[in-house]
Structure formats: structure tokens, C-alpha cells
Design a protein around this ligand. Structure first.
Ligand code: PRX
Length: 650
């Protein structure tokens, strides 16, 4: 959790000179964006190419009985044409994507002209398989350019992509394929990370046992590794595109037609398919990418996320490409072949803007300053952080060592559901405080409410639950196939407002400090995981009677996964069974969900009505059992003593 560092880092002279948005301009634009949103968004939306211009800007209601969110609704456009075709007259020979392979000797550059051809060939290939506008296509890929081609090819023909992170298990993949009834999967034989191959196609094969609706699997040859082949179902990517023309007219899409579904974890149940539409999302992605990173033509921009997460969607692909930027796509990991890999890549490709997650910063900070200082990094101008609260120590190290004290840091707070950055400094406008996401982006009206739902004062210092008071173009429109869950999750807790699930503090200068999730969602190494998902994986094991999962502070990961498990009668808990359950969850969900600590418990603390008191479990996991609060409502208070006695985090 960010502590209260009082140091202020003023806007640098360089940023002041070079930026389009200084402090005065930020205030002016922010005022316009909230006082005259229609005029503001009309102008911002003009950054895109519209096939049919919109006449109406916003039509939204957050009333739970009539919830709808529509922006630019009578306009038509195509996201892939906006990311590619409109740059061709001026930039056909400019680099769109720099690909840096896992192997430091492997890299390539793809120009906008080449990107156009690749995307069109695949778009035609998909059409030849019968993929139509509105169909869902699942993409389960390593970080290779074909992942970008696949997303843009879907967008080009109006198919809705659902990218599933390559680290998810076959079971998790099958669940996501079935939820959106997707009948095409695009994958690769294997993915490479840190010198090791991940058997993606073999995972797809296993997923197919639970996803009978898939009729075709398109396979990119990445490593040439061995795999099974079903000639009736599997088709090589290179064969599919071989005979396809390199032009494909972009499908005119209504601004509110779906662009993609992305599964993310909630506090209950299985992951939900967050749905983003075309016009508003792309306006938001392009606008925030330009202002937050103060992007200027010709700069090299690198976001280290995976395309399997929303950060990859908005800030590797859609935002940068809509702005005609050069975006770097990295296949590997920060620590391979050595802990200086990031900085080697920065020097190799002369990266100007670098955007990563606190967990990576903390892991690299642990390696000391040496690996960083052995590199130049003179090309860097701006640093970014995303995914979880950044502790001031990590912020300061990032600023002092990585940025040589010269580069501002934009700490960007946002979510899968928000489509793009919501609270963040703008480098030329905002003085920085380590650990604070600082100020809202244009059009965003954050506010605080108490646990009881009372609004907290909107000026001065306050702390509570973070809500957003008004719609913005990049907002998710629904949960695929479950609009009621969308309403219940985000708009029912505080009627009339969007509930973020995060807690926050606003200081006396109006700076926002995100304190972390206030619901049962964990943030493990910047990856969002529902405690309910891990619990349901645990109880799916035949030895497990009951399980409760909570987070606890972890030096590198931000939060670690702490599991309390009650085994079935007669089963003796051992170190081996703990290890076996860790493996089990890893297999059920994926390596990112591997439990850190497993504590066997004869019983869990429950109220007399049978509800597990997670508050107590969290305290014990945090090793702060001195102050457990009121335990008098417990059905059996003695279980608490056993839990404390056998706690795993000491
Ligand atoms: O708790 C917040 C945290 O990540 C959550 C959203 O996770 P996800 O949808 O996976 O999107 C991650 C990438 C945008 C938020 O509810 N979070 C994200 N960025 C920050 C953050 N917490 C603090 N500071 C941030 N900059």
C-alpha cells in the first residue's frame, strides 16, 4: 500500500517546453470536458476517421431499471481502418510494430504498409472459413505479431475478438470459449518465454474436450515443436493466408457494435466477459494514449504488458496504432537472459516511452542498480506504471535509477472495465507525488463514498470507496450474455454511480491515491484474480471439503494468495498435500493463480448463519491477529485460535 510520501516532483522544464498540455491547458480542457461534454467529445472524436459521421454524442443512463451506455451511436467506423489504412498515405513505410523476440537475437519491424497486408490476408482467410460480422473469435497466442494481426483482422471484418492470456490453463480457456460461444480459435504451436516453450496448441487440444462448439483452430508456426493435428479441425495460419488477397475492405461498424470481449475476474463467480464497443473505446484509447504519454509522431513507445490483458489491448495495440505510433511488442520476460533485459531492449530500439507494472519494477529493484546502470537509457523520456498501487520506494527507484532522475512517471489508474486510463498525471501538466495516480483524465469525475453509501465531501482530504459519477466513451457496455450482472456489479451498490471496487484517498491538494481493492478481488503481480475462482478450483478437488482464499501483502507480487482449506474427513493434511493443492490450482486456472500459502484448517470462522468471516481470515493472513475485531458472532470462536496457532505467514 502506498505510504504517505510527501515529496513532490515538479513538472520538468523539458516536459513544460515540449508538451501540448501544460497545467493551465489541463485545467481548461478538464473544465470543458465536464461542463460542456458534448462540445468536448465532438472535438475529441474527430481524431478518428468516421465512415458515417455521428450526429449524437452521448446517450447514457445509469439508472438500474434502464441502464444503457451509448456514445456517438449513429456514427459508423472501422477500428482496423483507423489503426492502419488512414496512416497509409503518409506512413506506409514507417514502422508500426517493432517485435522483440524472447531470444535477444530475434527482432523484426513491421511497417504500416506490411501491417495492412498481413491483416487483410488474415481477414480474408477468416472470411473463407465462414467468419462473419458479430461472430466471436478466441485468440490464445504468444506475444508475436500474428496476435496483433489476429485482433485487427477480426476488427476489420466485424468479428468480436476474445483474447485469452496464453498463461491460462486449458480449463480456463474452455470456459471462456464456451461462455461467448466462439467457434474459431487462433493459436500457435508453442510460445517462448524466458527460453522455455509453452505448449499452447496442446493446451487448446485439451480445452477442445470441453469446448465441442469449436469448428476450426488456426495455428501459427512459432517454434515448429511437435503437436497433435486434427486435419478436420486444425489449419495452419500460413496455409490459410497463402492464397488470400492483400486487400480486404473494412466492414462499416456502428459505433456501438462490439469490438471485443475480455474476460476478467470479479468478486463472485467465474470471470465475466467485459464487452467494449467500437467508437467510444477507440476514441478513449487514442485520446488517453496521446495525452497521458504525451505521444509525438516518430517516438518509439513500449508497453510491456501481454496482449492477453486490457493493457495490451489499449496500449500495445489500439491506442498507439490509432495514433500512428511505433509500438514495441516484447515476447520475453524482464529477467531473461539477464536482469538487464528491459534496458537492453530500450537501448537496442531507442525507446522513448516505457510503460510497465510495479511488480516488474520491484523484482528488478531487488537485483540492484548494477544491471540498469550498465545500460545507457538515454533515449527514455517518460516512464509509466500500471496495474496495482506502486509503493513510493519502487516509484523512487524507477525515477532515480531507471529514469536517471530525468523522466517523469505517469502512474495510471484504470481497469478492464474502463477501457483506458482514468486517473493519471499528464507529464507536462501535473507535479508528481510518488504513489499517487494524481488527477482525473478529461471527462472523468471521481468521488468517494463511505461503506454505508454516504457521499463524502468532494473537496479536501477524504478516504473511502472510489466511484465515478458520469459516463465516459471508453466505458464497458455490458458483460457478455449477462447484462443484469453488469448492472448488479457496477451500478447497484451506489445508485447513479459506477462503482470501481477500489478504495481511494484524496489528499488536501486533490491528488488521488488508490489504496487497492475493497472487494474479494486479488491483485497478484498486477494480475486480477477472484478469490471465488480459486476457491472453486480448490473445492473441485476430491479431498477438499471447504476453502476460503484471501490476499496478504507480498514484497514482489503486491498481494500473495493465501488459502485456508478444510479437507474431507479422514484425509490427513501433510506438506505434500499442500504442495499437491498448489499444483492443482495451477493446473485448473494457470500459473498466475498458484497459491503462495496453504493452511489446513479443521474449521473456518463462520457466523451462526454459516457465512465465512473473511475479515478474520484476512487479518490472520496478514499476520495481524492482535486486532481481530468482534468475534462474538462466530458460531465457534475456538476455530480462530487454531487458525492463529497454525498460521503460515510469520
Ligand atoms: O485495483 C486496481 C488495480 O487494478 C485493478 C484493475 O485490474 P485490471 O482490470 O486487470 O486492469 C489492470 C490494468 C489497467 C484496479 O481496480 N490498478 C490498476 N492500475 C492501478 C491500480 N491500482 C493502483 N494504481 C494503479 N495505477
Amino acid at each position: 500500500m502506498p505510504s504517505q510520501d510527501q515529496t513532490v516532483y515538479p513538472v520538468t522544464e523539458t516536459s513544460k517546453r515540449s508538451t501540448r498540455v501544460n497545467a493551465e491547458r489541463y485545467s481548461e480542457m478538464y473544465r470543458l470536458s465536464v461542463e460542456e461534454p458534448d462540445a468536448f467529445w465532438r472535438q475529441e472524436a474527430a481524431r478518428l476517421d468516421w465512415m458515417t459521421p455521428f450526429t449524437q454524442v452521448e446517450d447514457t443512463s445509469w439508472d438500474k431499471d434502464d441502464l444503457h451506455i451509448r456514445w456517438f451511436a449513429d456514427g459508423t467506423l472501422n477500428a482496423s481502418a483507423n489503426c492502419i489504412d488512414r496512416h497509409l498515405p503518409e506512413r506506409a513505410n514507417d514502422t508500426a510494430i517493432i517485435w522483440e523476440g524472447d531470444d535477444p537475437a530475434a527482432s523484426s519491424k513491421i511497417t504500416y504498409g506490411e501491417l495492412h497486408d498481413h491483416v487483410c490476408r488474415l481477414a480474408n482467410g477468416l472470411k473463407s472459413l465462414g467468419v462473419k460480422k458479430g461472430d466471436r473469435v478466441t485468440i490464445y497466442m504468444p506475444m508475436i505479431p500474428e496476435a496483433a494481426y489476429a485482433m485487427l483482422a477480426c476488427a476489420r471484418i466485424g468479428a468480436v475478438h476474445s483474447v485469452v492470456f496464453g498463461g491460462f490453463s486449458p480449463e480456463a480457456l474452455a470456459g471462456r470459449i464456451n461462455d461467448c460461444a466462439s467457434d474459431i480459435v487462433i493459436t500457435a504451436d508453442e510460445g517462448m518465454r524466458g527460453g522455455r516453450a509453452t505448449p499452447l496448441k496442446a493446451n487448446v487440444d485439451r480445452a477442445m474436450q470441453h469446448a465441442p462448439g469449436v469448428r476450426q483452430v488456426i495455428v501459427v508456426k512459432r517454434t515448429g515443436g511437435k503437436m497433435k493435428w486434427d486435419p478436420a479441425r486444425d489449419v495452419w495460419y500460413h496455409d490459410l493466408i497463402a492464397r488470400q488477397p492483400a486487400t480486404c475492405p473494412p466492414e462499416p461498424m456502428n459505433a456501438e457494435d462490439p469490438l471485443f470481449i475480455l474476460y476478467t475476474s470479479g468478486s463472485t463467480g467465474q470471470p465475466k466477459g467485459v464487452l467494449h464497443t467500437t467508437g467510444g473505446y477507440l476514441v478513449w484509447a487514442a485520446m488517453t494514449h496521446e495525452y497521458v504519454f504525451d505521444y509525438k509522431p516518430g517516438e518509439i513507445y513500449w508497453c510491456t504488458a501481454d496482449v492477453g490483458w486490457v493493457t495490451g489491448h489499449t496500449y500495445i495495440l489500439y491506442g498507439p496504432l490509432a495514433n500512428g505510433a511505433t509500438t514495441l511488442m516484447f515476447e520475453g520476460i524482464p529477467t531473461w537472459p539477464g536482469p538487464d533485459r528491459f534496458w537492453q531492449v530500450v537501448d537496442k530500439h531507442q525507446v522513448n516511452i516505457f510503460y510497465t507494472a510495479p511488480t516488474a519494477i520491484r523484482a528488478l529493484m531487488r537485483e540492484g542498480d548494477g544491471p540498469v546502470q550498465g545500460t545507457s537509457r538515454a533515449s527514455l523520456r517518460l516512464l509509466g506504471s500500471v496495474g496495482e498501487p506502486i509503493n513510493p520506494e519502487a516509484w523512487t527507484w524507477y525515477h532515480r535509477v531507471v529514469g536517471d532522475g530525468r523522466c517523469p512517471i505517469v502512474d495510471t489508474w484504470w481497469q478492464t472495465e474502463t477501457g483506458g486510463v482514468m486517473i493519471s498525471p499528464l507529464p507536462g501538466a501535473t507535479d508528481l507525488k510518488p504513489g499517487s495516480a494524481t488527477k482525473p483524465v478529461f471527462g472523468i469525475m471521481p468521488a468517494l463514498v463511505s461503506n454505508e453509501g454516504e457521499p463524502l465531501p468532494d473537496t479536501g482530504a477524504a478516504e473511502g470507496n472510489l466511484i465515478i459519477q458520469r459516463s465516459w466513451p471508453g466505458q464497458a457496455r455490458t458483460i457478455y450474455g449477462d447484462h443484469q450482472r453488469f448492472i448488479d456489479t457496477y451500478f447497484a451498490t451506489y445508485p447513479g454511480a459506477y462503482f470501481t471496487g477500489d478504495g481511494a484517498r484524496r489528499d488536501e491538494d486533490g491528488y488521488w491515491w488508490i489504496t487497492g481493492r475493497v472487494d474479494d478481488v486479488l491483485n497478484v503481480s498486477g494480475h486480477r484474480l477472484g478469490t471465488a475462482e480459486i476457491e472453486s478450483a480448490l473445492v473441485a478437488h476430491t479431498d477438499v471439503a471447504e476453502a476460503a482464499v484471501v490476499g496478504y501483502p507480498h514484497d514482489i507480487k503486491g498481494q500473495g494468495i493465501y488459502c485456508y482449506v478444510t479437507l474431507n474427513a479422514g484425509i490427513i493434511p501433510t506438506e505434500e498435500s499442500a504442495q499437491m493443492l498448489r499444483q492443482w490450482v495451477r493446473q485448473e486456472i494457470g500459473p498466475i493463480a498458484t497459491p503462495d500459502l496453504v493452511q489446513f484448517a479443521p474449521g473456518l470462522p463462520k457466523t451462526r448463519s454459516g457465512k465465512i468471516m473473511r475479515r478474520i481470515l484476512r487479518k490472520i493472513a496478514e499476520n495481524e491477529f492482535g486486532n481481530l475485531g468482534d468475534t462474538s458472532t462466530l458460531a465457534d470462536p475456538s476455530v480462530v485460535e487454531d487458525l492463529i496457532e497454525n498460521r503460515k505467514n510469520r
